[in-house]
Write a protein that binds this ligand. Structure first.
Ligand code: 5GP
Length: 179
């Protein structure tokens, strides 16, 4: 275990099993179609990479980067597009792939933004859901795990850009968050 980690919330095996199930569910739901997975950088990168290897229908990727918490751990509610999609989503079956839904503000913005671009359908897939701090009601079609209100890192999620490469989801020691 990494020396900065206080506890592991979800281990590698739990994550891989659940990601496989989500891939199978998406494969079943979109039989006969092709899908466009829109990964939200950078947090969803590792989740998306594992998820698509468990999907057995034609799958395309695109990416968006949006500003979220900056260097802190509290949502500002302000969403800024840092990198937009490469191609049009018009007429496509789009699944937005997120790392975690917390207040829901980021996803609310992304859903509105994506809807205005005219996809054939639009769904949301998130690895983690932290419902305790939700400020807006967001439809989540595919959810990996519900977690308590704790700031987590690993498997793509960072604290000040660190710890994304941990293969598990963990909570850091309090002294690390305080800097
Ligand atoms: P929301 O807009 O739903 O409050 O926040 C969504 C974004 O905030 C996520 O995509 C993620 O980047 C960040 N976030 C929310 N909770 C956590 C957390 O526990 N750990 C990390 N590393 N990021 C989080």
């Amino acid at each position: 275990m990494h020396p900065h980690v206080e506890k592991i919330l979800l281990n590698e095996q739990q994550i891989q099993e659940r990601v496989k199930q989500l891939g199978q569910q998406i494969t079943a739901d979109y039989q006969g179609e092709s899908i466009l997975m829109v990964g939200i950088l950078k947090g969803a990168m590792i989740f998306l990479a594992d998820l698509v290897r468990n999907i057995e229908i034609p799958t395309f990727f695109d990416f968006m980067a949006v500003s979220s918490y900056g260097a802190g751990t509290v949502s500002s509610g302000v969403v800024r597009i840092l990198k937009d999609l490469d191609k049009s989503v018009e007429g496509k079956h789009v699944i937005i792939v997120e790392d975690i839904v917390d207040t829901g503000l980021t996803l609310q913005y992304l859903l509105e933004n994506m809807k205005s671009r005219g996809p054939a359908s639009l769904k949301v897939c998130t690895l983690l859901d932290k419902p305790d701090r939700r400020k807006v009601d967001i439809p989540i079609d595919y959810n990996g795990f519900r977690i308590p209100d704790e700031f987590v890192v690993g498997y793509g999620l960072d604290f000040n850009e660190r710890y994304r490469n941990l293969p598990y989801i963990a909570v850091l020691k309090p002294e690390i968050y305080k800097g």
